[in-house]
Write a protein that binds this ligand. Sequence first.
Ligand code: HEC
Ligand code: HEC
Length: 263
Amino acid sequence: MWRTNLKVLAVALIVIGFYTMVAHVIPQLQSEVPEALALTGDVTPEALAAAGERIYSGAGGCVACHGLGTRAPNLVTDQGGEGTIGARCGSRRPGMDCKSYLYESMTNPGAFVVPGFENIMPDMRRQLADDQIWATIAYLQSLGGEVTVTASDYGTSTEAPTGAAPAAAGPALTATTEPLALLREKGCVGCHAIDGAGPPIGPSFDGMGRRLPADQIRRAILLPNADTAKGYEQFAGTMPQTFGQMLSAAQLEAIVQFLAGRR
Ligand code: HEC
Ligand code: HEC
């Protein structure tokens, strides 16, 4: 056991060291945009679902909860004999078709809470742009059902976009280093309270600097499963492990310094 722990620690230190180095050597590094989709009207259902799959297992952070069999319903595999998500989505709520149900699940998860589970899923609009959400829905539909997401859902016309800026540039795609904006954009405030308000899934950001030095905060963001905050054992493993890819080094440092400064 201690051997494994040592190995985990060694890997953790290497990763942290790497990010710290990157942060100091190239502080001007700009955000590498995760999955900027810039969808056009003629994208095929297959291509859309493939983009959605990458979001599902990457920037979306879905696998932090789904697929473990306990914390959240299985989506890719059967759940309780009701089939994969594409097969069961159309019969979850009376009068609601599959596409509407999946959109609601991702943008207003509290509206219907699957029996046997807790209402801990964050509103994915905090973290994903609209077209990323629709691509993810296409992927979920493809798991045992028919993809019915079309260009009209994600608001792109079939005409080529005019002007230089792609319409798909959503809230998840900025390169800001303003900490409060980042905490909102990356979905942190979907789980952590700040200024006395917000959900209690993770420890409050208020007073975090009193409890944790900057290096521990950095480690908690990059390797959320390395330690579990006291009193939050029931939610251990819910924090997405993808922030290392979703944040540029400069963005990560901006958040770390901001949280370390909250006393
Ligand atoms: C913090 C944990 C968590 C994360 C992250 C999360 N979910 Fe969920 N999700 C849940 C839980 C718990 C439920 C069941 C309770 C409910 O319905 O809200 C759920 C329910 C769902 C459902 C409805 C399932 C059904 O059987 O009807 C869908 C669809 C879904 N999630 C998709 C996603 C997608 C896609 C992502 C990533 C973009 C995601 N979730 C990220 C926890 C999470
Ligand atoms: C889906 C929910 C969720 C999201 C989103 C999330 N966290 Fe967390 N976070 C948690 C939970 C639960 C814990 C406590 C359990 C643990 O330590 O693993 C935690 C722990 C932490 C800790 C360690 C706190 C301590 O007292 O030890 C820090 C720092 C942190 N999160 C920062 C962030 C930042 C910054 C973001 C956004 C970039 C973020 N979290 C996004 C759920 C989340």
